[in-house]
Design a protein around this ligand. Structure first.
Ligand code: AGP
Length: 602
């Protein structure tokens, strides 16, 4: 996710902005920039890569006297990480920074271009500053122009704008992406979260969706659709480390809670009213493709495995899944009618990268699904789709898995559209379910408290079996991996129909079985498998919309018309289970022993 800072006042601005952006580095970024207006001087610096590159560029610059200033760290969603795509974006006499996704930017951009506006970048953000200046040319009133601009935007945004047309003012608007305002005497700060202003501002106001306004002469004027409004400042937190986790105990916990909001970013501009669209893909990529091979490791392998059910069921295309470290040495038979897809959160996993190079040497077309733009795997692929999960700090992957699975689900529909293998009714049903996914990912406190209480019973035993069928078998694998990674207890994911072919010999009261029992997919089959285990006295945790009397513990989920909504809801439960067991065992949830966030060696 991008990071935003802003400052209005008489102190030196460059350091305030750069220090503030450094506090936002944990959100992940691939370029950064600042813009300052003071004494009728417009200054704008940008750099690709780490903030030290921007510090290097600005080392001979210091601001003086009163002025307005904005800064930004960019996590690429539209357009590669380049200086041209870095924020702040400039018009003729104004600058803008933005976090979020402007869903209707293409239409706005097209209209502006038809009126002779030249765009320098590939971003959606640049549209904001040109729209502002277009409005300003007509009405010569900066505040009215800003209001008109914001009214035109659809999608998620937290944005700051400064302009020579009104050089003592910072304009702001917030909808769907976080932003706050900090106060100290006659100084005003803006930031995406607390940490950049801790130690600087003393009071804070957290903007709500639909609020906008301006800061001038040390005062903030706040508005919403009903007009100007009053607001109450509150004391600002003082603990930076806690603030980076936004008050959660661990980054992993924060990232589980973030899944609902990042899923909005993942689907915005892609799940459209009547179809799936990937502006970064050319449908011709799928020409002469008669099967798909997906290659990945760990959690990314699990999202791949889940998608194989979707590709074959929805796109009617054969889909094989490979573990990258196995694929590399199995002397695979590869044909150029195969599309080779790699999945990777980091984009740097050595086994996956080498597998991709093998496929390319064999002449296969390649597509990567990744969370980090400009990573090695993205650069090596013919095409790439970003998951837009924002940086994932917890070593145990959560939101990356959720967004990978969603991108693959969308891709299965996209391929079905290209291959014309999906009916209008099925397409409508899939799109409706996709739009409901952010809701399915919401974590409610009652559920979390239940998982915390329940976890005390699962701290020993001779192991866990997570069992599921069909789409829920890969989810069972993922639930088992989450638990292993952060609790260090042994767990296996298994197809529920396979238990009778050997593993049921383990069944006794000390065997913890976590059964994923969706109502919308093969319920009767999974139910009979679970009953076989209960007959052998396993300790059973059943996760299902349907009450199940034989369970020792039962977590009730929602009845849903679509298996993927059950998938995502059950995914959250298995993540919380692993988290709370690990907490009780006193483990380092975010940095589990022996693990690295990116495995860049064989
Ligand atoms: C996930 O919880 C693990 N940390 C690990 O399995 C990870 O998914 C695997 O190493 C692949 O990483 P990648 O997605 O960055 O390629």
């Amino acid at each position: 996710m991008c990071g935003i800072v802003g400052y209005l006042g008489k102190n030196e601005k460059k350091e305030i902005l750069l220090d503030g952006l450094e506090e936002l580095e944990y959100r992940g970024y691939d370029s950064a920039g600042i813009a300052i207006i003071e004494n009728k001087q417009l200054k704008n610096f940008k750099a690709v890569g780490r903030l030290k590159n921007l510090r290097e560029k600005t080392k001979d610059y210091l601001s003086e006297g009163f002025g307005v200033s904005i800064g930004h760290t960019r996590w690429a969603t539209h357009g590669k990480p380049t200086e041209l795509n870095a924020h702040p974006h400039m018009g003729a006499y104004s600058f803008v920074v933005h976090n979020g996704i402007i869903e209707n930017y293409q239409a706005l951009k097209k209209e502006l271009q038809s009126q002779g506006v030249t765009f320098l970048s590939q971003t959606d953000t640049e549209t904001i500053v040109h729209l502002f200046e277009k409005n300003h040319k007509i009405n010569n009133n900066a505040w009215a122009s800003f209001q008109e601009t914001i009214e035109k935007l659809e999608g998620a945004y937290a944005t700051l704008l400064i302009t020579e047309a009104d050089e003592e003012t910072i304009y702001f608007a917030k909808n769907g992406s976080p932003m706050l305002i900090g106060f100290k005497e006659d100084e005003v700060y803006f930031a995406s979260s607390d940490t950049p202003i801790i130690g600087k501002a003393t009071e804070v106001y957290y903007l709500e969706d639909g609020e906008f306004g301006y800061a001038r002469h040390g005062k903030v004027y706040l508005f919403d659709a009903n007009g100007q409004k009053t607001f109450t400042k509150q004391a600002l937190a003082t603990d930076k480390a806690l603030a980076q986790k936004d008050g959660y105990r661990f980054f992993m916990e924060k990232e589980i809670y973030e899944q609902s909001s990042v899923m909005h970013d993942t689907i915005i501009g892609r799940v459209l009213d009547e179809k799936i669209d990937f502006e970064e893909l050319n449908p011709e990529l799928f020409n002469n493709i008669s099967n798909i091979k997906i290659c990945a490791c760990g959690t990314s392998y699990h999202s791949a495995l889940a998608s194989s059910y979707l590709f074959e069921r929805l796109s009617k295309i054969p889909c094989q899944i490979e573990i990258a470290s196995e694929f590399r040495y199995k002397e695979p038979l590869l044909h150029d009618d195969t599309l080779f897809i790699t999945i990777s959160q980091s984009g740097e996993t050595a086994d996956t990268l080498e597998a991709l190079k093998m496929a390319k040497r064999a002449g296969l077309k390649s597509l990567s699904i990744c969370n980090v733009d400009n990573s090695s795997i993205v650069r090596e692929s013919d095409a790439a789709v970003l998951t837009r999960a924002g940086i994932e700090k917890g070593v145990a992957s959560t939101k990356a898995f959720a967004t990978q699975t969603m991108v693959l689900w969308m891709l299965a529909i996209y391929v079905a559209q290209v291959k014309k293998s999906i009916s209008k009714e099925t397409l409508e049903k899939e799109l409706l379910a996709m739009r409901q996914t952010p809701k399915a990912l919401l974590v409610n406190n009652k559920l979390h408290h239940k998982m915390t209480r329940l976890s005390k019973r699962y701290l020993h035993g001779h192991g866990f079996f997570f069992i599921g069928r069909d789409l829920f078998f890969p989810l069972a694998l993922e639930g088992a991996l989450k638990l292993k990674e952060i609790s260090y207890l042994h767990a296996e994911g298994y197809p529920s129909g396979e238990m009778k072919h050997g593993p049921i010999a383990l069944a006794d009261a000390e065997l913890f079985t976590i059964a994923l029992m969706p109502k919308s997919l093969h319920y009767d089959k999974i139910k009979s498998n679970v009953e076989e285990l209960c007959a052998r006295d396993v300790t059973l945790l059943a996760i299902s919309p349907e009450p199940f009397d034989l369970a020792d513990d039962f977590v009730q989920t929602s009845y849903s018309s679509h298996p993927m909504l059950e998938f995502f809801e059950m995914m959250v439960i298995t993540q919380l289970l692993a988290l709370e067991i690990s907490v009780r065992l006193g483990n380092d949830v975010d940095m589990p022993r022996n693990l690295a966030k990116s495995v860049t060696v064989e």
